[in-house]
Design a protein around this ligand. Structure first.
Ligand code: ARG
Length: 285
């Protein structure tokens, strides 16, 4: 009676969005005054007002998609604090605090930990090991992927695994332009990812191929506009507008790319994901 089989099969695998809770920090004090990654040129600087406008539209994009956005107050003298992803890793309402690799950002760790405590997170672990939160830890249903090579130290993967009781799979980054895991890979739902293979060591590429045979593979052009610094809610992918090849690949898999312009924040080496810390299991949700 109905042409069931084909349509049915498509429907089963259709990506489904789930409501998320994000923490963001308005870039009122945004600037490029030091260089801790190859994207940053203090001589060229950056325009904070333009960054705020772009960031506002990112925030509005999340709200329009039905997500909850909480805000942490920006702190003067911390120009990179807009990159909330680096502030912690939150899973099941428990937070693993950040400990930054560079002194310029060191004060951000305690600032984010204080916000989490003040907002009902009773378990916030003060990390012993250097780690830059969700910049280098990405969460899937069964695994946490941990980046190392530039910022987060290997021992932090162990520390996070003990704290969360979830396996942390180490991935080694080898290209300084992709200094955080979230500049080279993003989760697509709970069991797949999109990534740029050349950002990883040969062994880590082999690990990614084994774990994610159906991954969406990005090319140098998409990676070079920080297209992998994207946020997926299961269906929508909030992504830098310049990553046109990657957006096409995502559409072919049934995902809905939602392009944003964060070109001003890219001058510090950041994109949509960097501006976004997911609060999994937040007390208010
Ligand atoms: N300027 C910042 C840094 O180099 C950018 C951080 C971007 N954040 C991220 N999650 N990748 O630390």
């Amino acid at each position: 009676m109905e042409p069931e089989s084909v349509a049915g099969a498509v429907r089963v695998s259709e990506p489904v969005a789930t409501r998320r809770h994000y923490l963001m920090c308005r870039p009122e004090h945004f600037a490029v005054t030091y260089a801790i990654n190859p994207w940053m040129d203090p001589g060229a600087g950056a325009d904070a007002a333009r960054a705020v406008r772009q960031w506002e539209s990112l925030r509005e994009t999340y709200v329009a998609l039905g997500h909850e956005v909480s805000l942490i107050d920006p702190v003067e003298g911390l120009p990179d604090m807009v990159f909330a992803a680096n502030g912690a890793l939150v899973v099941n309402g428990r937070a693993y605090g950040a400990r930054f690799a560079h002194p310029e950002r060191a004060a951000e760790g305690p600032a984010y930990a204080a916000w989490l405590r003040a907002n009902g997170f009773s378990e916030v672990l003060e990390a012993e090991r250097t780690n830059e939160g969700e910049g280098d830890f990405l969460v899937l249903d069964e695994l946490i992927l941990g980046g190392t090579g530039f910022r987060t130290e290997l021992a932090a993967h162990q520390e996070a695994q003990e704290f969360f009781g979830r396996p942390v799979v180490t991935l080694r980054l080898v290209d300084p332009r992709f200094y955080h895991l979230d500049t080279a890979l993003f989760p697509l739902g709970g069991d797949n990812v999109a990534y740029y293979p050349e950002a990883f060591s040969p062994g880590s590429r082999a690990v990614l191929e084994r774990l994610f045979p159906d991954a969406v593979i990005a090319d140098a052009r998409d990676a070079g506009v920080l297209g992998l610094n994207a946020v997926c809610d299961g269906r929508h992918v909030v992504i830098n507008a310049e990553a046109t090849g990657l957006m096409k690949g995502l559409r072919e898999r049934g995902y809905e790319p939602v392009p944003v312009d964060l070109s001003e924040l890219r001058k510090a080496g950041g994109g949509p994901k960097c501006c976004t810390l997911e609060l999994r299991g937040a007390p208010s949700v």
